[in-house]
Design a protein around this ligand. Structure first.
Ligand SMILES: [Zn+2]
Length: 474
């Protein structure tokens, strides 16, 4: 699929908005000839009050989007004919695990390529140019998902950077297949195309095995100098031991600090932490800060909200009481200085049957979940799906500011103001808040990757009339 996406070089995006203190300013963005470095300068057409018609149509340009956590092999199981008998029945977590195991037994190369390409194509269309993508390695799928992940990584490399996670969704230190699962992971993590070691300590059958799972992943990641990424503390049970403490303790014993390595540590889900007291949160933050631990958290709200415990058993007597828990991203950043981002996790499967691959829809959901309606909060939510996400997965160490500055080398998302109704009615969206409060349709967005415009069917016409000074076909 990637080979079918045409691209074009760009000289200048003229008279566009950027995220700026003065939203009435218009800017020109020029691209260096041989790389994606940009020069940002005030537009000659100056400020907005000149020609109202032209000004209201000036597109907003922001840093492109990032998936810090998404599963490449489990996407769009729902909607595929061959899995039509595996749609949710009671929607429980156990059922999702069971149905996914059954689905995995039917995974094959062409099917994985097809669904993976669908996922990446839809993501790129939405504005995503970097992905941390999980592929499972175990006794059921063996190395098939990894091989497909490697092929997707190679085929998309000029348009979307895929950081590959060799992922143990299954236990590696308990259960019937532990030995084979562990052995296959040992092989997979040494593959030079694998960038990240991912495991799921909570699927182990004992706390002891969960601890061993954490210790193995950290030890192997440190030895190979790769990132490590845990699905962890995914429950709302106050009586369960939070494994995050064991992760931090193991990192400390290993000597894994931000100043010692560029390899990073990601903790995903962590819904159990929403039951922490203020003291526990304080202790968590000070442990990370005092010991210089390069730890980030990724909230996965569409999965977390859906997978929260169902009102069964005792709880069924109160079916209207449905506790939900997902990391409070804005509070974690603002009050605790904990590095936190937001990810899609899954689309079209039993863990997350709802939602799309569009990260802006997640930021929009965050406005409600985190009570983040004020413009500065909304801008931070955009950072969490863009610049902060890129830094958290270790692709950049540059600023998380979404206001473009000269020298910016990342990719861009262009948001033209166009009629979305089909009836000739356009409602201009001019600030990042306008975009996050009410995300524009994916088909209206344009994407610049590696300094080149991705040519959707609409791009040449739309951008020729709005912003692009010079496009050369290639
Ligand atoms: Zn996940």
């Amino acid at each position: 699929m990637a080979a079918n996406i045409r691209t074009s070089s760009i000289k200048t995006l003229r008279s566009v908005r950027i995220h700026d203190e003065d939203p009435s300013s218009l800017w020109d963005i020029s691209f260096a000839r041989n790389n994606s470095e940009t020069t940002i300068s005030p537009s000659k057409s100056a400020t907005i009050d000149k020609k109202e018609e032209e000004d209201s149509s000036a597109p907003l340009v922001l840093p492109a989007l990032v998936h810090p956590h998404i599963h490449l092999d489990k996407a769009f199981i729902h909607g595929s004919k061959e899995y039509s008998d595996l749609l949710p029945v009671n929607g429980s977590f156990e059922e999702a695990l069971h149905f996914t195991t059954l689905a995995k037994k039917r995974f094959h190369h062409d099917d994985l390529i097809k669904r993976g390409n669908q996922l990446v194509t839809e993501s790129v269309a939405a504005g995503v140019t970097a992905i941390r993508g999980f592929v499972e390695v175990d006794s059921t799928v063996k190395m098939t998902c990894l091989e497909v992940g490697k092929r997707l990584k190679k085929e998309w490399k000029d348009i979307c950077q895929i950081q590959l996670v060799s992922f143990a969704q299954d236990p590696i230190f308990s259960g019937q297949h532990a030995e084979e699962n562990w052995r296959r992971m040992e092989d997979a993590v040494r593959d030079p195309e694998v960038d990240v070691i991912g495991t799921t300590p909570y699927v182990e059958s004992t706390v002891e095995a969960s601890r061993k799972n954490i210790e193995w992943a950290i030890s192997r990641a440190w030895e190979l100098q790769k990132h490590v990424d845990f699905h962890i503390d995914y429950n709302l049970n106050e009586n369960s031991e939070a494994m995050v403490w064991h992760v931090l303790e193991t990192l400390r014993k290993t000597g894994w600090t931000a100043s010692a390595t560029k390899a990073r540590v990601m903790l995903g889900h962590c819904t159990r932490l929403t039951l922490f007291s203020d003291d526990e949160w304080g202790r968590l933050a000070s442990t990370i800060h005092d010991h210089d631990l390069p730890v980030s958290f990724v909230a996965l709200p569409t999965s977390d909200l859906y997978m929260a415990p169902l009102p069964v058993g005792e709880n069924f007597k109160r079916p209207h009481v449905r506790p939900r828990g997902t990391l409070q991203v804005l509070h974690m950043i603002q009050a605790l200085s904990l590095d936190t981002v937001i990810g899609v996790n899954n689309v079209g499967n039993a863990f997350t049957p709802w939602g799309s691959v569009d990260p802006i829809s997640l930021a929009c959901l965050g406005v409600g979940i985190y009570h983040g309606g004020k413009p500065s909060d909304v801008a931070m939510l955009y950072e969490c799906i863009s610049t902060r996400a890129r830094a958290a997965i270790g692709l950049t160490e540059s600023s998380v500011d979404i206001g473009l500055k000269t020298g910016y080398q990342g990719d861009l998302l262009i948001l033209p103001n166009v009629d979305q109704t089909g009836f000739g009615q356009t409602r201009p969206k001019q600030t990042v808040a306008d975009i996050v409060w009410d995300p524009p349709e994916v088909s209206t967005r344009e994407v610049v990757s590696n300094g080149r415009l991705l040519l959707k069917n609409t791009a040449m016409n739309r951008l020729a009339s709005i912003a692009v000074e010079s496009i050369q076909d290639s």
